[in-house]
Design a protein. Sequence first.
Length: 77
Amino acid sequence: MRVRLKAYGEVRRHLQALDSSAEIQLDDGCSVRRLLDLLGIPHGEVWRVSVNGELASEDHLLQDGDEIGVFSPVGGG
């Protein structure tokens, strides 16, 4: 299956081989957590994940054509 990943904030630095938005080929039944692991993104560096514009858990199973947004924590005052 193919999904589109969009990374925001500090998470983008883990995707140097990819652009901030890229299509990725995955095996069927891949979860959000598995995708993050495959990309080498540490658990603590992800604040929120969305799938097709809806918040999703790490256990969410991805489907062909999904659009995944990965957001890093935001700091500031």
